[in-house]
Design a protein around this ligand. Structure first.
Ligand SMILES: [Fe+2]
Length: 471
């Protein structure tokens, strides 16, 4: 099937205390997805839940904390069952769920660690500390630094430490009723979901490897990545659109460690995974295509905001959000929906992203058999001719129209179609095309009339001014 959509939700943070009920979530999503369907977006064939299923517990006693966590998972289980009935006709195989940092039980990781005793001698102590700091770079390292007591701690009971996702695993295995099994072994904590009829395979990863109450850094176990890639080498996966799902975002501020280094994804990119879906950041975003220098492969990273986190978990006043990702041929259309109301979920458009080109992944996944050879041959005049004879192509293939106008330096047509660019990349592209016309007046008029300084960053304005210098 060449056209389908994915309901991408994340960071549910389910808790009994959250006043947004399961019923309100389901009702509001059904209403909103009906609205999007009227605009032409197919109803979801898949639901991706990219982690932080529950909020977790801060109860001071372990038995009470576990009790609270179980109640949160029960709430989440009911929500996801209802979602599955509402959008997937009850077919749980079409739902892909991964854990997030809130699914890690801190009580278990606390019990598995001990504070490190340090030598009395200052020199020995310093040397020991240097060794410990060095060992913290090791991805499998068992030393942790605590800002709570300014001490090093060590994981002394690794089997116990490895049980910190057990409540998530119980929830997961109970939810899927045997259709999917979440493994306890950390090297096997990935799940494969193959849909030949859609030419698509999802692989869900645990990005909380060695993550605990002291270590916030996201990481996927190397063995999981390697085993998933090895599985993908089976002929059944040839030409599949490969989508990886995990929880953590892949960039952060210099002082942050609460994200996952994007280098972890390189083997997946190399193995042909072209889309990555994640959450954690509590904001919907489409990251630049992640490309390794020298490689012709890339991964488009799509982040979902928090669907229904409580108000305290909002970051920087970003509202609740979710994504509908439509795949149509080799293009993606992403509708980012948001709800700014504090008390209720009232979804509306936050941003529409018309397309992100995917690698041409297979012969049977083309959007139009006549159009594809023209795209591959970069025959832009031929593409324009073909597009002009396809119904609704200005809406469906807007970016392809723009690409052709850009390549053929058809400034007026490009400018008409794009209007006021909504982001930095589009603004730079419009002004680059204006510069190509080598017409100072045209450049200045375009800059004044079409570039909205509030929509783009100051550094982009600088880049645009640089572009205009040579005219
Ligand atoms: Fe998170």
């Amino acid at each position: 099937m060449d056209r389908f959509s994915i309901l991408h939700i994340s960071d549910l943070h389910r808790s009994i205390a959250n006043h947004i009920s399961n019923d309100e979530i389901i009702n509001s999503l059904m209403e909103d997805i009906d609205t999007c369907a009227k605009e032409g977006t197919p109803k979801p064939s898949f639901v991706v839940v990219s982690g932080d299923i529950i909020l977790g517990s801060t109860q001071p006693q372990e038995d009470k904390a576990i009790d609270e966590i179980k109640k949160q998972y029960k709430e989440a289980d009911e929500l996801l069952n209802d979602l599955c009935k509402a959008f997937l006709s009850g077919n749980k195989e079409r739902m892909i769920i991964v854990p997030g940092n809130h699914d890690v039980c801190h009580w278990i990781s606390r019990r598995s660690m001990e504070m490190c005793s340090m030598p009395a001698d200052e020199t020995e102590k310093l040397n020991e500390m240097k060794e410990m700091i060095k060992s913290m770079d090791d991805e499998n390292g068992t030393i942790r630094w605590s800002w709570e007591d300014f001490s090093f701690h060590k994981i002394v009971d690794l089997p116990l430490y490895n049980m910190r996702l057990n409540e998530f695993i119980s929830f997961y295995n109970n939810f899927y009723e045997g259709q999917q099994i979440y493994k306890e072994l950390r090297e096997e904590q990935f799940t494969t979901h193959d849909f030949p009829e859609y030419g698509t395979t999802f692989v869900g990863f645990n990005s909380c490897y060695m993550l605990d109450h002291y270590n916030k850094t996201g990481r996927i176990n190397r063995d999981c990545i390697n085993r998933a890639i090895r599985n993908m080498r089976s002929s059944q996966f040839t030409n599949r659109l490969k989508i990886a799902v995990w929880h953590h975002n892949t960039s952060g501020h210099p002082h942050e460690s609460d994200y996952m280094c994007s280098d972890i994804l390189l083997p997946l990119v190399n193995a042909g995974f072209s889309i990555g879906l994640h959450g954690h950041k509590h904001i919907s975003d489409i990251y630049n295509d992640y490309v390794q220098a020298g490689m012709d492969k890339k991964m488009t990273l799509i982040s979902a905001g928090s669907l229904c986190a409580g108000e305290k978990q909002y970051r920087f006043a970003i509202p609740r959000m979710y994504n509908i990702i439509e795949k149509y041929g080799n293009r993606l259309y992403i509708k980012v929906r948001s709800s700014t109301h504090k008390e209720h979920l009232l979804w509306e458009k936050y941003r529409n992203i018309d397309y992100i080109p995917l690698p041409l992944i297979s012969d049977d996944s083309i959007m139009d058999e006549d159009l594809l050879p023209l795209i591959n041959a970069r025959d832009y005049a031929g593409i324009l001719d073909k597009l002009s004879r396809i119904d609704e192509s200005r809406m469906r293939f807007r970016e392809l129209w723009l690409e052709c106008y850009f390549e053929l330096i058809m400034f007026d047509e490009y400018s008409d179609l794009i209007g006021k660019p909504e982001n930095d990349e589009a603004a730079v592209k419009l002004m680059t095309l204006a510069a190509k016309k080598q017409d100072r007046v045209l450049f200045d008029v375009t800059l004044e009339n079409q570039i909205d300084a509030e929509l783009i960053t100051p550094s982009t304005l600088k880049i645009i001014n640089e572009i205009g210098r040579g005219i």
